[in-house]
Ligand binder design. Structure first.
Ligand code: ADP
Ligand code: MG
Length: 778
């Protein structure tokens, strides 16, 4: 209507005045100076033009060149300048919560505003956003959730999808949905942003959308491969004396035998080492056969040699070492600290770097050491793009990263160190050239680098797809398999089938692959299906309070700390919470409740210190609990008049049963032997427990089953967090409750019982079934 239009125009003019007032202020001027120094600024006009002329644009540029903070701002500023400020609405997605929040804060500061004015953010269960918010930074998951209620993104003018090069599952999923949406919303602009140069892939997915590259501003980095490193350092290779559990299994099992024979052999050159590893025929080398070239078998000694070389012979500057995981980082740190040169704490500062570190420790990583000591940061691949340490000049790259993958055949997630991609290697190298020319040491020969795959496998092809399948159903996107076949790179048919099968088993999908009532709830709750099911059962069976703690704990991280050098102490502190009930989840509940009491008495920190608990994690659990409780009220299953704590609160077996309802079919059978326990799952055969589990050190578990939250294949299959359950709990709570009777439920459970050879249970079953049927029929 004309009145409305008038109003919007007035508002737009207001916004324009505000913006120019800030830009003319002293602080605003300073900010503009800074922003002009970023490489993206030179491309500003070209970028804006590409965006205005095309519906889809693909933009690439080095980390730090100003994509995330600048591009959405350029669009907003130009819209405001054109007096369209009040009608423009920009969404920019981020793969991680933390980046959505920090980036929003930064952009607001660059605009001289507080969060919630023209710039806001929204992540799971949290957000700051006002009526006038024009740029919203959100996680990709949040945008997917919005599509649930707002299928055509009404009112949105620009969607930026950031960090698409990471090929995260949500981003790939979002791209399929947006691709379908674009023809229905011709005026909607889609801008894809990526750090590395695989822009062609995305461009061709969107019918040849134009690409704009922002030239980088990194300094040249001199690259050394292993050949060269051996020459510089005089290090001798001893590749076959410590073959450990690394590498890709299929090939390395065979190789292990062959390599064992050559155990004593010492190779003095790369050629020799390659030859010994049957690498002579270079042309037949595949990514898989690379497993024989094992940098870890070279051991930490090579890394040590390189570090000594840099410390003694090279100019000052920080060193960043890329390792595979936390354990490696800690063992290397120990080894280095006992070295005569590197272990001198006055001259060398060795800092491990890990995502879950305390923020005071994190700050040390970014600071320049005051006494001019040499800083050595030992990091995992999170230092590739997520964080930037400005004074790094030397990078040491071991060539591997722990990657989650998914073994569809055995339906098991794996976490194995695998070779990185060329793109990752390039990214790691680039970290050395942020502030001045740098050096990068790749601890593998050039010929090995040359057979790295170009890019990492997309997440869609290496993770379980259960939550994704629920999303597809609730967004009414049709058949799951058909929809996923339209992805940039589709997942294996078998892993799609596994996910659908799982959802049927837990009762989220019916036989026709349609959502059940339970499935509908699970699709909306922002947690994994099994945790959602636990919450819903907790609400129905009125033991929500302890279940809220379990679910919050499982969806944040474990509050029990296991410091590397105090593992035994930490494990025994944890086992004090178990009270002989054979459950990590019940132990978590007790630890949390103890903390709540301690907090009331103002002794929370002492309590955490004494019991190896993380106060930050416990606080996160506290706030997540409240948020989940709030969300559950929407389902109508929770009586709002009662606090979550209620009469059933202390019934431990009921809590056990609800945990079982959520975690089924994650079950394994327990067979107690003389002095040990044998655990088996249907898919994997024998499995192990992590020693940090309260069940991990038991010699007898007086229950026939364990339900578990997660299993991970490292070399054997390991179970994380488990709870022991009885036969009757499994019978009544394992599996789905079918609408048409108990038949399906019983058939499936009978399958499990048969497998685990418990005929007497099968008998109980039949009786139970008859009784129940009679009950229902009458
Ligand atoms: P990209 O998305 O291309 O990786 P960003 O837009 O995130 O780059 O950042 C561009 C530049 O802005 C960075 O190189 C850095 O100098 C600066 N910057 C980004 N975030 C912050 C922040 N929170 N505080 C100060 N400077 C920042
Ligand atoms: Mg960015």
């Amino acid at each position: 209507s004309p009145i409305m239009r008038e109003k919007l125009l007035r508002r737009s003019l207001q916004l324009r005045n505000q913006q120019s007032t800030w830009q003319e202020s002293l602080d605003g001027q300073k900010m503009i100076e800074f922003r002009k120094s970023l490489p993206s600024y030179k491309e500003k006009e070209a970028l804006l033009q590409a965006i205005s002329l095309n519906q889809v644009v693909v933009i690439s540029g080095e980390t730090g060149c100003g994509k995330t903070t600048q591009l959405p701002q350029y669009v907003l500023e130009s819209e405001i300048d054109a007096a369209r400020g009040a009608t423009c609405s920009i969404i920019c997605t981020q793969p991680r919560r933390i980046s959505a929040m920090t980036v929003a804060e930064r952009v607001a500061a660059e605009r001289g505003e507080k969060l919630g004015e023209s710039v806001g953010y929204k992540v799971r269960l949290e957000g700051i956003k006002g009526r006038d918010t024009r740029i919203l930074f959100c996680t990709t998951g949040i945008l997917l959730r919005r599509l649930l209620v707002d299928r055509s993104l009404k009112g949105v003018t620009h969607v930026f999808v950031d960090e698409i090069h990471e090929r995260g599952m949500n981003e790939d999923f979002l791209l399929i949905v947006l691709k379908d949406l674009l023809p229905r919303r011709p005026e909607l602009k889609l801008i894809l942003m990526s750090a590395t140069l695989n822009a062609e892939l995305f461009s061709s997915y969107f019918a040849g959308a134009p690409m704009v590259h922002i030239p980088g501003f990194t300094y040249p980095v001199r690259t050394h491969f292993l050949e060269n490193i051996l020459e510089i350092t005089g290090h001798r290779l001893t590749p076959y004396n410590q073959i450990d559990d690394y590498g890709q299994e299929k090939s390395w099992k065979m190789q292990k035998q062959a390599l064992r024979k050559r155990k004593s052999q010492i190779a003095s050159s790369v050629e020799e080492a390659l030859e010994a590893a049957d690498f002579r025929d270079y042309s037949s080398r595949t990514r898989e056969s690379l497993a024989c070239w094992n940098p870890d078998s070279i051991g930490f000694n090579l890394i040590e040699s390189v570090l000594v070389h840099i410390c003694q012979k090279e100019r000052p500057g920080a060193i960043l070492v890329f390792m595979t995981g936390w354990d490696d980082i800690n063992s290397l740190k120990e080894q280095l600290q006992s070295h005569p040169i590197l272990g001198d704490p006055i001259k060398v500062l060795i800092l491990p770097c890990h995502g879950s570190m305390a923020s005071s420790e994190q700050r040390l990583i970014f600071d320049k050491p005051e006494n001019g000591a040499r800083k050595i940061v030992l990091a995992t691949n999170m230092a590739e793009t997520s964080i930037t340490i400005n004074d790094v000049i030397f990078v040491v790259d071991c060539g591997k990263a722990k990657e989650t993958s998914y073994d569809a055949l055995n339906n098991t997630p794996c976490l194995l160190p695998t070779w990185i991609s060329k793109a990752s290697a390039r990214q790691r190298r680039g970290r050395a050239g942020r502030v001045q020319p740098g050096e990068c040491y790749h601890l593998y020969p050039r010929c090995v680098y040359e057979v790295f795959s170009d890019y990492q496998l997309p997440e869609l092809q290496r993770t379980p797809l259960q939550s994704l399948c629920l999303q597809i159903k609730i967004l009414r996107l049709g058949s799951i398999s058909e929809f996923l076949s339209r992805a940039l790179q589709s997942p294996e048919a078998l892993s799609v089938q596994n996910a659908i099968e799982y959802l049927k088993v837990i009762g989220a999908l019916d036989e026709e692959e349609e959502l059940t009532i339970l499935g509908r709830h699970l699709a909306i709750l922002p947690v994994e299906p099994k945790l959602g099911k636990m919450l819903i059962f907790g609400a129905i069976f009125k033991c929500l309070d302890p279940i809220l703690t379990v679910v919050a704990g499982l969806s944040v991280r474990d509050p029990f700390l296991t410091p590397f050098d105090k593992r035994d102490l930490a494990d025994s502190a944890k086992s004090q919470f178990s009270c002989q009930d054979y459950s990590d989840h019940l132990a978590l509940i007790r630890a949390y409740e103890g903390w709540k009491d301690a907090e009331k008495a103002r002794t929370g920190y002492e309590y955490c210190w004494k019991n190896f608990l993380s106060p930050q994690t416990l606080k996160a659990i506290y706030s997540l609990r409240n948020q989940f409780h709030f969300l559950l009220k929407d389902t109508g299953l929770v009586d709002e008049s009662i606090a979550p704590c209620n009469i059933w609160y202390r019934d431990e077996n009921l809590v056990r049963a609800v945990i079982c309802a959520g975690l089924f079919p994650g079950i394994c059978s327990v067979v107690n032997k003389e002095r040990s326990i044998t655990l088996k799952t249907m898919e994997d055969g024998q499995v192990m427990l992590y020693s940090s589990s309260v069940n991990g050190k038991e010699t007898k578990i007086p229950y026939p089953w364990l339900v578990f939250n997660e299993k991970v294949k490292v070399n054997s299959v390991f179970l994380r967090d488990s709870t022991a359950v009885s036969d009757s709990i499994l019978l009544l709570f394992g599996g789905k409750i079918c609408r048409g009777g108990l038949d399906g439920h019983l058939k499936m459970l009978a399958g499990y019982l048969e497998f685990f050879m418990k005929p007497e249970l099968a008998y109980t079953y039949v009786t139970l079934k008859k009784e129940l049927e009679e009950l229902i029929l009458n």
